[in-house]
Design a binder for this molecule. Structure first.
Ligand SMILES: Nc1ncnc2c1ncn2[C@@H]1O[C@H](COP(=O)(O)OP(=O)(O)OP(=O)(O)O)[C@@H](O)[C@H]1O
Ligand SMILES: [Mg+2]
Length: 1059
């Protein structure tokens, strides 16, 4: 084992030298990914401020607060496997009790009510209003039965589900194998009804399956190769503690046996022989251990056992916030990965949510033998690495998911994608991101008939359209594990939202809080009264319409909170301030410095990612008890709140939409965190009518944005359809369009032109623009074919917004004439994202000061671009300028100055001060530039004339992606390790992914300041996964190198025949 570990470590270091880590980052990124919804929402209010600072918003980030890793201890002394051992030993009973224990343990995890196992194979729309009642009436989760102390017997160190396997193995060796086959055949005739009760019978079936798997030496041999890596990893991690013996190896072998049984079960859907929804029992154990989920909710069980789901039909399901939708998707994903041996793509709305999922699913991947790969921000490999045996779970943002699907189609591997899961499906109706999501799904539908699509959401209305688009079944239920009470506050009266009452609201109580005159003036909405009813013992979220108002409200509250609040977890709060100082290079935001001691903080995109991570952690552990936040925090984030207050029925200047309202109030009362939840929407008399309509009205419909988002929608869709050869003739393209969400809604959305006309017009437009060329005219119009030009190919490969592709080409071409390479400034200018330029309004004084400090070579860059010092000087002194100067170039150069300073100083805070730009915005500009630089690189790769840029941009992308000292880069490759943490880890001696993968979370907690146990565990498991992936990629490379080329002359291939 140690040898294996050492071998892998060596290989990884070789890989680092040879390939570097950039490869994985040089991917087609879409800058849109970096634009959180908040950008749009806060546009109006923050517009003037943004214009002033001329900066984009930072990437949306958020973290789940659930303690998914409680009791998880990695692979070392108190290792995870050791805990699994403990658990399994608890399951174990003396021989005569074994069967009983196995039976009841399984029952507890599958929802036990057989009555609820509805069979609805012919129904396409399901509702489950009874679920709530049923769940309430369910007995509490069945605890793992306590067993005797483990015996010193190897067999007692395996899961109960596998004990029978051993017996069967023994039996089969004494000639009982045939019998087991007969049993299996007999059982396959059982109704799925019986099987889903996960009864004792099922256990026997399973054991029969095992016998068969055990009887296949070929399968075993293959599995054991696949498992070697895992064993090596385990060896690495357990180097200090040679505790793991044969029992662990045995368990791993057993797991792969169980997986092959489950795989078989999946192939015959009615024969569910896996102990946990066709999955190995280990999955169930992992849910108990890692997520504390002991029993499925009834609706989850019902949904998982729908006959349509078992037949792998596409599915949309919709439940209220916090209803537990994720678990169903995860089980289906695991079935696909483990049983059907196909890759899975999970699409989530924001980078931070992707990262959170990576952290939480990495340990499942390590334990169950599949890869968890991150496709977010600048991470992800295109095309994805081909895995030899294990399957991959790609977790991606909307934009990266799209690029991934493109890459799979291009390389002819789309059919390997067994399942696509889309969380927050309603986002399909939201701007350009919605258009990209629609394109992704439409492409999957069109190119792979075997890929299943599953979409979930809490806020869907016009489901029929979506069903038609995805050809999906629909399941819905009103279940919410924690009751949510919604209130409205008008003046000092609180009303309860009550659909039975007249107007939809009923008087609840009067606010009874004595306000001084000063307080009334400062806090006319009684926020102090409302929050002090819950904090500090419970947590509270106050949603504000804009970022500025978040900061103001936080400060106002702290001004009036009693000094007693300072004492509540005072020491921990001062630790938070210290940590903020550490990640801020010695600086703390003055607002946070004042509010954190009271347990209050603002949370919006102006924070750096390090700050946000820290504050979220402090909030989720109760050190902070109140966040004032913008609506983006509502997007699927699992932050606990007993009470959610909506400061006003507005998001920026727009009146609140029902979907937004539902998402925001849905943060209150999360399962496993709160027992009750309540929301209070504060409104003025004047808004009452509109609010009542909002409260009582239906959720908004979602509509396709494919046409509305012209250059990012239909145009780029056509380019990629033709570029990827998905559809190249007018007829096929038209047919494709009919199958889109837009195609389904064309009657509603199209007013002046028909879909046919739009298709023809768009193709002509792209042809005129030089992105497409008519290849052949065909006999009929329908048959005329198109192909992409070089420029078209470059634009689509680089995921360049077609609105900018001409400009980019021109700028790069001009750059070739006199590229200044004495500094990075010129290159940085060429990769500064265009879409951020329009919002930029330079601070001319700062601009002038920066300009004067440039070296002659750098000033030469400005001169080449046509921006002179005198122009900027005149602007700074407010003088009139007669000469016409291109505003876009001037503003873009300003943003390049910011980026250039960042690259030189690698300090967001000092650059933020220098340019008078919020630190979060500086950071977002950097992320946007890293993305765009990678896009430009891909653009250049397709155009010979730009060959010189290729090498230059590889390095620049790397610099922009990390913008930290080189030694921190390897650590920051690990999901969840940001700059501040990387610095701490580095100075504590953890210098590589290998160090982190082999670290003990306990030691990390002891040696790294302000690192919680949960974070330590997540870092270790993410590092393990990354290392695992790298090792596998190397192994693959070796095999590829040693493989006999199939076209080797003399091998009897086509070449030989020709000869
Ligand atoms: N069967 C279960 N038993 C206990 N807890 C559960 C169960 N299923 C899910 N949970 C927990 O409930 C919480 C909310 O679940 P989840 O995040 O899946 O909600 P959701 O339906 O996706 O809500 P949203 O629409 O807000 O994203 C999570 O902490 C999850 O671990
Ligand atoms: Mg969710």
């Amino acid at each position: 084992m140690e040898d294996g570990g050492a071998r892998i470590r060596r290989r990884v270091s070789v890989r680092k030298r040879n390939r570097g880590s950039l490869e994985s980052r040089c991917v087609a990124l879409a800058p849109a990914e970096l634009q959180p919804a908040e950008d749009l929402e806060d546009e109006a209010v923050a517009g003037s401020r943004r214009r002033k600072t001329g900066s984009p918003e930072p990437t949306q980030e958020s973290d789940s607060e659930e303690d998914m890793f409680s009791g998880y201890d990695s692979f070392t002394e108190n290792s995870f496997l050791a805990q699994v051992d403990d658990l399994e030993q608890k399951y174990l009973q003396p021989h005569e009790h074994r069967e009983l224990a196995a039976d009841s343990a399984t029952k507890g995890l599958c929802s036990e009510s057989t009555k609820n196992t509805v069979s609805v194979s012919t129904v396409s729309c399901f509702t489950d209003s009874e679920t709530n009642k049923l769940v309430k009436s369910q007995a509490s989760g069945l605890d793992v039965p306590a067993g005797p102390e483990p015996e010193n017997d190897l067999l007692l160190d395996v899961p109960s589900s596998q004990i029978l396997y051993f017996e069967r193995m023994q039996n089969s060796s004494s000639g009982l194998g045939d019998q087991s086959t007969k049993d299996r055949d007999g059982n396959s005739r059982q109704s799925s009804h019986e099987e889903l009760t996960c009864s004792h019978k099922e256990q026997s079936q399973q054991s029969d399956g095992f016998s068969k798997a055990a009887a296949s030496p070929e399968t075993n041999r293959r599995k054991s190769i696949a498992d070697r890596l895992k064993s090596a990893m385990s060896g690495n991690a357990t180097a200090q503690t040679p505790v793991f013996s044969r029992s662990k190896q045995l368990k791993e072998t057993l797991l792969s046996e169980e997986i092959s049984v489950a795989k078989e079960a999946m192939e015959s859907p009615s024969d569910d022989r896996g102990p946990f929804y066709s999955l190995p029992s280990k999955v169930r154990d992992l849910y108990v251990q890692l997520k504390g989920i002991k029993k499925l909710y009834d609706w989850q069980h019902t949904c998982l056992t729908l006959s349509s789901v078992q037949k792998r039909k596409n599915l949309i399901y919709s439940l209220p916030t916090s209803g537990g939708k994720t678990l169903v998707a995860e089980i289906l994903m695991l079935q696909e990965l483990l049983c059907r041996q196909k890759d899975v793509l999970m699409i989530l709305p924001y980078v931070a949510i992707v990262q959170e999922k990576i952290s939480s699913l990495s340990s499942f991947g390590i334990e169950l033998g599949f890869f968890v790969e991150e496709y977010a921000g600048s991470k992800g490999r295109f095309p994805p690495t081909k895995r030899r045996e294990k399957k991959s779970l790609y977790i991606a943002t909307i934009e990266k998911g799209h690029s991934l699907v493109n890459a799979l189609i291009e390389t002819g591997r789309i059919s390997m994608l067994g399942l696509v899961v889309v969380d927050e499906l309603h986002m399909i109706g939201e701007g350009s991101r919605g258009a990209i999501l629609e394109m992704t799904l439409a492409k999957v539908l069109y190119t792979s008939k075997t890929t299943q699509i599953i979409g979930m959401s809490a806020t869907l209305n016009n489901v029929k359209d979506l069903q038609e688009f995805l050809k999906a079944e629909y399941y819905t239920s009103q279940f919410r594990p924690v009751e949510l009470k919604e209130y409205l506050k008008v003046n000092d009266t609180i009303y309860e939202v009550d659909s039975r009452a007249e107007n939809g609201m009923a008087f609840s109580r009067l606010l009874n809080y004595k306000y001084s005159d000063a307080l009334r003036k400062m806090d006319p909405d009684h926020l102090v009264a409302l929050v002090t009813e819950v904090i500090p013992n419970y947590s509270c979220l106050v949603f504000c319409p804009s970022k500025k108002s978040c900061e103001n409200v936080a400060e106002m509250l702290c001004k009036f909170l009693s000094k007693d609040y300072l004492n509540h977890r005072g020491e921990e709060k001062s630790e938070v301030i210290k940590s903020l100082r550490a990640v801020g290079n010695g600086k703390v935001c003055p607002v946070l410095k004042r509010t954190v001691p009271f347990g209050v903080a603002y949370h919006h995109s102006g924070l750096t990612s390090d700050e946000r991570r820290l504050l979220e952690e402090a909030y989720s552990t109760g050190i902070l008890c109140l966040f004032t936040c913008t609506s983006t925090l509502a997007a699927g984030v699992n932050l606990p709140a007993r009470r959610v207050i909506l400061r006003a029925p507005y998001v920026a200047r727009e009146f609140l939409r029902r979907n937004q309202y539902k998402q925001m109030v849905g943060r209150a009362g999360r399962a496993g965190i709160d027992t009750v939840g309540e929301s209070i929407l504060i409104l003025q008399e004047k808004d009452k009518q509109q609010v009542l309509e909002l409260i009582n009205g239906p959720l908004e419909n979602c509509y396709s944005h494919l046409i509305e988002e012209f250059s990012k929608g239909i145009q780029s869709l056509f380019l990629s359809l033709i570029g990827l050869k998905i559809a190249t003739s007018l007829g096929d393209i038209y047919q494709f369009m009919n199958g889109t969400f837009f195609g389904v809604q064309q009657k509603i959305l199209l007013k002046e032109k028909s879909l046919w006309e739009i298709t023809v017009d768009s193709l002509s437009y792209l042809t005129e623009k030089g992105l497409l060329q008519k290849e052949s005219h065909g006999d009929t119009e329908l048959e005329c074919r198109f192909r992409v030009t070089k420029l078209g190919q470059a634009s689509f490969k680089g995921a360049i917004d077609l609105a900018y592709c001409d400009t980019l080409y021109r700028d790069l071409k001009k750059g070739l004439e006199g590229l200044v390479l004495e500094s990075l400034l010129h290159l940085v200018y060429l990769t500064t994202p265009y879409d951020l330029v329009a919002q930029t309004e330079p601070d001319w004084m700062v601009y002038f000061r920066q300009f004067s400090q440039l070296s002659p070579a750098e000033q030469n860059v400005a001169a080449l671009l046509g921006v002179s010092e005198s122009f900027i000087g005149k602007k700074a002194s407010g003088q009139a300028i007669r000469k016409k100067v291109d505003k876009n170039i001037v503003n873009r150069l300003y943003l390049s100055f910011v980026l250039y300073s960042l690259l030189k100083e690698t300090n967001v805070w000092s650059v933020s001060e220098k340019f008078n730009m919020p630190r979060g915005h500086v950071q977002n500009l950097l992320t946007g530039a890293a993305s765009f630089s990678s896009c430009v690189l891909h653009f250049c790769e397709e155009l010979e004339e730009f060959w010189v840029y290729k090498a230059l941009l590889v390095e620049l992308t790397k610099k922009l992606t990390y913008c930290v000292k080189a030694e921190l880069i390897p650590l920051m490759e690990v999901t969840g390790v940001l700059e501040g943490r990387a610095k701490q880890l580095y100075s504590a001696g953890y210098k590589s992914v290998t160090h982190l993968a082999n670290a003990s979370p306990e030691v990390l907690v002891r040696t790294i300041d302000h690192l919680s146990r949960r974070q330590a565990k997540q870092i270790v498991s993410s590092a393990k996964m990354l290392l695992h992936e790298k090792a596998e990629a190397l192994q693959e490379e070796v095999e590829e190198l040693l493989r006999l080329p199939p076209d080797l002359p003399g091998l009897g291939g086509p070449n030989t025949e020709e000869a």
